[in-house]
Design a protein around this ligand. Structure first.
Ligand code: PMP
Length: 456
């Protein structure tokens, strides 16, 4: 079984302890003007009162559920393929309890389905050692992208700066751009965020410029590089966060796709901030079910300081109102079904991780075979991507769009992962989808394209 199963070793001897949180004033200072000006939705904030015993509610414009045409929902579930890609033969039928289906069809709470939130609180306790009620909150969003983009609106005024690990997830660059904040690139290497680079940026910060209050980082399987930040680096990043007073926006959709042995799995920033006796509340963590259960469910969840989550929730209250009820109910039914529970979830993600690890190895063998003498790479420790440099190219964009495409292979030029869009010889290739023969063919074609480029 792979690296990410059962209770992580750093939690095995963890003692429950009273944690001190950063004061509310810390977040009042951190929130953007937009976030400070938001008020909870006047209707949605009264929803909880509808549960008062004996109350007759004339409150919300909820449609009458008897007019909804859906009366039952049954789906079938199966375990992930094994490392050889073989699928289980039998499916397991799961039916949504009628009351859960009815609740899912109606408008629901802005932060998400309460029973699913409870399940996720328990998951965070098992995986990160953070207990419910210890000064942090959890909410669900339409994928982590939804929560991330709302967190950015809550944290930045135009002209603010954000520290961004670089290269970085291409989908977050325009989020920071649309908040009109200045992205300061913090370089990364095979061990994740470079703490030397981070320290140097912070120590050389000009006095007349407002210091960055947020570091955006992808701790496992950094998209695009596949790098996982080591525990030593994580400790240093946290120490720098305390010294220079910024928070860590931990975007972790690849958490459960860690390929290393369980004993060397680094703890998340969300877990790590609890050690050392410092006040907690410096980490806003984003999780996603996209890579391990389904991307189309559109479910992610944020865990972190309550004032920040309140700001994100207020944003949801005026935009998409809530995460989708039906997909939350389907997820809850799966997670609470007989075969699952928290142990079943951890077993599932561990098997998914084994499946991708085998794919990584197949891809790396083909990379070595076809392109070993013309590209450089570091083996990804988690995630879905290889990030490699074409030795002969300074600009992979032209190569990918013309030479590689003409040979019949698609990959992403590295420049899309750089906040300033500068040229680079790097390419990102996803190893998640193709089978062994297709990978071999794709990389054979890429090698031909490299040869074409060399002679033209
Ligand atoms: N963050 C990172 C680093 C990602 O790679 C992705 C998806 N590619 C997301 C966030 C968005 O994921 P979700 O499907 O949960 O919105």
């Amino acid at each position: 079984m792979g690296g990410s199963t059962t209770i992580p070793p750093h939690l095995l001897d963890a003692q429950p302890m009273a944690l001190e949180s950063l004061p509310e004033s810390f977040y009042a200072d951190l929130l953007s003007d937009v976030a400070k000006s938001r008020r909870p939705s006047p209707i949605r904030s009264l929803f909880p009162l509808e549960n008062t015993p004996g109350i007759l509610s004339l409150l919300a414009g909820k449609p009458n559920p008897t007019s909804f045409p859906f009366t039952g929902l049954t789906f079938t579930a199966r375990p992930p393929p094994n490392a050889n890609g073989e699928l289980a033969l039998e499916d397991n039928a799961i039916s949504l309890p009628s009351a859960d289906l009815q609740a899912a069809l109606q408008y629901g709470p802005t932060a998400g389905l309460p029973a699913l939130i409870e399940w996720l609180y328990e998951l965070q306790q098992v995986v990160h050692g953070r207990g419910k009620g210890e000064g942090w909150s959890l909410m669900i969003g339409n994928g982590s992208q939804d929560l991330l983009s709302k967190a950015v609106v809550a944290l930045f005024n135009p002209g603010d700066t954000v520290l961004v690990q670089s290269p970085v997830y291409a989908g977050v660059i325009p989020v920071f751009q649309s908040a009109k904040c200045d992205q300061i690139e913090v370089e990364t290497d095979a061990d994740g965020v470079s703490t030397d680079a981070l320290r140097s940026i912070l120590e050389n910060w000009l006095n007349n410029k407002k210091k960055p209050r947020v570091l955006y980082t992808i701790p496992y399987g950094g998209n695009p590089t596949g790098a996982t930040t080591t525990v030593e680096r994580r400790r240093e990043v946290l120490a720098l966060a305390r010294e220079h007073d910024f928070i860590i926006l931990e975007d972790d959709p690849y958490h459960y796709l860690y390929f290393g042995p369980a004993e060397s799995r680094p703890p998340s920033y969300f877990a790590l901030e609890c050690s050392g006796g410092h006040p907690v509340g410096r980490v806003l963590r984003m999780d996603s079910v996209s890579k391990v259960l389904s991307a189309g469910l559109r479910i992610g969840f944020a865990s972190g300081p309550t004032p920040l989550l309140r700001a994100i929730e207020a944003h949801t209250g005026i935009t998409n109102l809530q995460p989708p009820g039906i997909t939350q109910a389907i997820l809850l039914a799966l997670l609470t079904s007989r075969e699952w529970g928290h142990a079943g979830f951890l077993r599932h993600v561990s098997q998914v991780s084994d499946f991708y690890k085998a794919k990584r190895d197949v891809f790396e063998a083909a990379l070595r075979r076809h392109l070993g003498d013309v590209v450089e790479w570091s083996t990804p420790q988690s995630g879905l991507f290889f990030w490699f440099r074409l030795r002969q190219e300074d600009d992979s964009e032209a190569f990918v769009r013309t030479k590689a495409f003409e040979r019949g292979v698609l990959a992403l030029p590295g420049s899309v992962f750089l906040p300033d869009g500068r040229k680079t010889g790097y390419v990102r290739a996803a190893f998640s989808l193709l089978g062994e023969e297709e990978v071999d063919e794709a990389l054979r074609r890429l090698a031909l394209a490299v040869r074409d480029a060399a002679v033209s």
